[in-house]
Design a protein around this ligand. Structure first.
Ligand SMILES: Cc1cc2nc3c(=O)[nH]c(=O)nc-3n(C[C@H](O)[C@H](O)[C@H](O)COP(=O)(O)OP(=O)(O)OC[C@H]3O[C@@H](n4cnc5c(N)ncnc54)[C@H](O)[C@@H]3O)c2cc1C
Length: 390
């Protein structure tokens, strides 16, 4: 088989792959190739579904704040370079009972990092956000640098920019496997093979098929999306209704305002098990699941029709502690970014920038906890991810 030569091959043109391609294509004297199994911006990836929540006041504590702040700058840069609207800074509102652990962590994060925010009492929430049926004892945290991202537009923009900077992109071209040799890495696809100095594996939920060393670490969590029609859609428009996270009892909802003018997004996940391969993941909610989600949504939001008017089911690869895998192997020829664990869209531009650094700069480093050996060491103590993430 003839081998075509290049400096870098990025496997997967989804969230991380698109951001890595955009960043790599800005580097001088680098031939960059991107290979995607489906078409340009498709409906199968972990990024699908109109909007993604961006928040700086993360419930997970301070690990991610610097990554998110850098990403905020890069989202703006992507908007400037592409001329497209990708990030609406409309605020992110967390509502939960006072003392709820995630909210306490988020409040600690805003204070530690001096993030612009407001804390709202139950009465203030009721007055300012009547769309939410707030329960006695609920309080709110409004993250002023939070908002909504448009994932499909973001990926299209990054891929278009990468291409106009000279990257060569190949779609509908599944990568079958990779093989490291002394002079590079062979990337075999259904349409031919490449020999690359370095390979970036950014294949999301499919990563274990390319990188079996991730088999024990990654599990696929199912995540469902549902949209509901409010009686007064104008109250759920982006200028009145921030993206949100709600915790009430054991129920967690997240969502976004109405971008289409008739329905807003409010999602909660049934108790789905975790899976090992994308082919095992359910492709739709059941009728019972939709009825139950609608009942819960009607308890938490005012004046909505409880039947979801749109719904879809997706997947994302999780690690047990939800830290991403960002790894460069011993030879430095294979860079892997995986396990974004249901919260990685917001900081994907930072991952793209790190991918480019790990490819190009020998002394580049990232948080050592993200390296594969560190993950495997923790995995030996904790065991694999078993579910419950959102
Ligand atoms: C429903 C849902 C809601 C979410 N909400 C949020 C949120 O509000 N905020 C947030 O920050 N995060 C959120 N996330 C998480 C975030 O969207 C994901 O973590 C992120 O999109 C994962 O990016 P990825 O690059 O790893 O995977 P993907 O974006 O899926 O990209 C992987 C790409 O690799 C390609 N590929 C795979 N194998 C091959 C192969 N062999 N050959 C060629 N190409 C291949 C795939 O086709 C795909 O295009 C959510 C996730 C889901 C599923």
């Amino acid at each position: 088989m003839d081998l075509q030569k290049t400096n870098v091959v990025v496997i997967g043109a989804g969230t991380v792959g698109a951001m890595a391609l955009w960043q790599l294509s800005k580097r001088d004297s680098l031939d960059v190739v991107g290979i995607e199994q489906f078409g340009r911006v498709h409906s199968h990836g972990s990024y699908v579904g109109e909007s993604r929540v961006f928040r700086t006041a993360v419930h997970e504590g301070g690990t991610y704040v610097p990554m998110i702040q850098r990403s905020r700058d890069l989202w703006r840069e992507l908007e400037r370079e592409s001329g497209r609207s990708i990030y609406d800074e409309i605020g992110a509102l967390s509502i939960a009972p006072e003392g709820f652990p995630d909210l306490v962590t988020a409040l600690g994060t805003v204070r530690d990092f001096d993030l612009p925010h407001r804390v709202l009492s139950t009465e203030e929430l009721r007055a300012e956000f009547p769309q939410h049926r707030v329960q006695d004892g609920d309080i709110g945290l409004l993250d002023a640098h939070g908002g909504g991202l448009r994932p499909e537009v973001a990926i299209m923009s990054a891929l278009d920019l990468a291409e106009s900077n000279g990257a060569k992109l190949f779609f509908n071209t599944p990568v079958i496997d990779i093989e490291e040799r002394v002079n590079g890495v062979v990337v075999r696809t259904t349409q031919g093979a490449w020999l690359a100095d370095t390979v970036v594996v950014a294949s999301g939920s499919w990563s274990t098929r390319i990188s079996p060393e991730l088999n024990d670490l990654l599990r696929l969590q199912v995540l469902g999306l549902t949209w509901f029609m409010p009686k007064r859609p104008e109250l759920f428009a982006p200028d009145r209704f921030p993206v949100f996270l709600r915790d009430a009892g054991s129920v967690h909802f997240f969502g976004a305002p109405s971008f289409d003018g008739y329905a807003f997004k409010a999602c909660t996940n049934p108790e789905w098990p975790v899976f090992r391969d994308v082919d095992e993941v359910p492709t739709s909610h059941t009728r019972e699941e939709l009825i139950r989600i609608g009942q819960r949504a009607a308890e938490l939001f005012d004046g909505i029709n409880p039947e979801p008017v749109r719904q879809s089911v997706h997947h994302c690869a999780y690690t047990p502690d939800r830290l991403p895998v960002i790894d460069r192997n011993a030879s430095g020829r294979i860079v892997t970014l995986a396990g974004l664990s249901g919260h990685g869209f917001k900081f994907a531009p930072q991952l793209g920038e790190w991918a480019a650094k790990l490819v190009k700069e020998e002394d580049a480093t990232v948080d050592p906890r993200f390296a594969l050996p560190a993950h495997l060491e923790r995995l030996a103590k904790t065991g694999p991810y078993t579910g419950g993430g959102h």
